[in-house]
Ligand binder design. Sequence first.
Ligand code: ZN
Ligand code: ZN
Length: 413
Amino acid sequence: MTTDPVASDLEDLYRDLHRHPELGYQEHRTAGIAAARLTALGFEVTTGIGQTGVVGMLRNGEGPMALLRADMDALPVLEETGLPYASSATGITAEGRETPVMHACGHDLHVTCLVGACESLAASRDTWSGTLMVVFQPAEESINGAQAMVDDGLFERFGNPDVVLAQHVAPIPAGVIGLHAGPMFAASDALRITLHGTGGHGSRPEACVDPIVMGAAIVMRLQTIVSRLIAATETAVVTVGAFRAGSASNIIPANAELLLTVRTFDAGIRRQVLAAIERIVHAEATASGAPRPPEIVAFESTGVVVNDAAAVELTRSSLESTGALVVDPGPASGSEDAGIFATAAAAPIVYWLLGGADPAEFTGATSVEAIAARMTELPANHSPKFAPVIQPTLGIGVAALVAAARCWLPSHQ
Ligand SMILES: [Zn+2]
Ligand SMILES: [Zn+2]
């Protein structure tokens, strides 16, 4: 709790957004709140960009344009934090399934921080010049909301920014900011593989082509891509997150489905891994005598987010000016679609991790190893127990966005 009225208003906003999470492309309430706040501050506001995205423009004289970005969507997770402002909301997934919904990735915090930063930058507009472009993005979790806004003419309609600035709350101690020059988040490719066999009675395998055995061979062989194909100096992740087949113990099904996620940090390695998956899946299907070739569909994908080294150097001291300890956590194997804004605008991106774990959880942990060990015990993003501590996370998250924007928007003397 705080006695500062501005901070306490933002804390109330955060608790309200947390209690009312919305799934990707359904962020109508969240977008409405962001739009109303920005309109009240004197921004030119446009809603419905890329379905539910919101753009706010504050044109403040000559100078560069800085884009500040927050994502708005929540996850199909049943909240187990026990917080007084926990969500009991439900929603309908893109597949039409009813599900509990929770802000388990902290996007409610991102929205609140960006609203707070807009308040501060609007109030201090006589001390800087240039254009502030703020983007509240839908559907980050399906990593296609940024592309949806770009495809809807974001930069043709509002101009090209000179820099893209964004942050993500992470289970590092509140008061710490993670900033890494170079690859910050991995490229992500989600694949759906449909295997075709020949179904029949479980007692007569000789009359069938068993897609479960075919799939099992594929799952095991896919694990050789990282261990046998990728050099020790490179990294990649290949995870089979779903294997769906069959309905009864005595039936050999006709089909099986695998869902994969692939994470890479280098475009060449990404091509190599995807080509190996294609080869293995087709070869195993052939080896099994599949009646027709398998189908491989990439249904969600986003490129690596590469923090621009020069832009990171320029922004680092402003992030330090917030009082946060700025550390280099190295690249994260998570993925993000904020890089799409930077690529589409041909602008550098600076993306940092905002510590959100209660510093009290780290009492007595003085070495890097001890802090890292505590972190692995704390609920992280996407956990039903993920619960960032409101302060100082919110205060630093607002200050970081303001300081980073100010570093790109020239000050008046
Ligand atoms: Zn997430
Ligand atoms: Zn997230």
